[in-house]
Design a protein around this ligand. Sequence first.
Ligand code: ADP
Ligand code: MG
Length: 388
Amino acid sequence: MTKTKDDVDADLPDTDQASEYYALYEPKEILGRGISSTVRRCVEKKTGKEYAVKIIDVSGEKGEDYQVEQTKKDTLREINILRMCESHENIIELHDYFESAAFIFLVFELCKMGELFDYLTEVVSLSEKRTRIIMRQLMEAVDFIHTKSIVHRDLKPENILLDDNMNIKVSDFGFATVLTEDEELLELCGTPGYLAPEVLAVSMYDNVPGYGKAVDLWACGVIMYTLLCGSPPFWHRKQMLMIRAIMQGSYSFSSPEWDEVSETPKDLIKKMLVVDPNERITAKEALAHPFFRRELVPAKKFMAKKVFVSAIWCVRFFYRLQYFYRHPPPISFETVTTNPYSVKLMRKLIDGCAFGMYGHWVKRGDNQNRAALFEHTLREDWKCSTPT
Ligand code: ADP
Ligand code: MG
């Protein structure tokens, strides 16, 4: 990058760097869209390397003058924050940027595997092991930004991208801000299902304290819960009831998806989804939680006979497992007709089919539809109209 930090602090200079951008990069297909931005894949002509460019419209055609000014200001803030984070491997890297009167171009490293959101929709839910890998990287990124007094304020699976090796990159710092000492934030920003109770409280009541970094930990709790069971902790068809559930921290691990999840990740989620931000776990504390702790196994002496016997047992175990996989125990007709969801195999099949058929309903920024796909009890208003 050729520009210095001071350049971005100043107002946008009256230059037109759009032609400079087009001279250096070849724009390709659209990867994603936001309110006033479009993200495309692009190729650097000189090196043939691929990047993602976020093109932000500041032409004024899509809004009032004050909105355009705000977009410019927010983009400069986003650039500044991205540059403060450029050394972390789990935070998206800003490669270059260009400014013109109509557009701002932010050139990022390309995350070929797309959003964590789409990955989750494809696989429905994640194993504890996969969740541990993703959450550890997320907590490391959050801890890093928090030590720099940055609050992200919009952590959600749509803003967590995956690179070729399935490592996460936290992106979209559009709502991020740098906190000055003892500063408390008062703006309502973020995405409904991920908003912390204290953010909602600020927008609903007078004389309540502002909020700070802890809001990111709440969002991480919502993300971790959703990764493990596929459906979000707080949701209701009526948004007001969802907001009430958030304010009361009312959620449960009662759905059948939680039966196979151990206590350790549940304990971490409980510590993240604490209503009082002062009692909520910090990113550093979360990284020290047993869920992330891996016992160090001391190196053992190689014993050929023991290894040979273990190998035979492994092979026998594998054949046994294969046998049970091919010949699963019979499921009674009654269970299938009355409660198919209680059988793990059937549940996975039903959820898989539902996501295969209706996965496209699950909209970005709206957790409601994802949750609706997991609803397997008959709605009260439908029960009445069911013929008897
Ligand atoms: P917005 O502020 O408009 O939400 P984002 O920065 O979140 O903009 O980008 C919108 C979408 O574009 C993302 O959710 C993602 O699908 C895609 N995208 C953004 N950056 C990249 C990237 N570096 N690599 C691949 N896709 C990206
Ligand atoms: Mg986004």
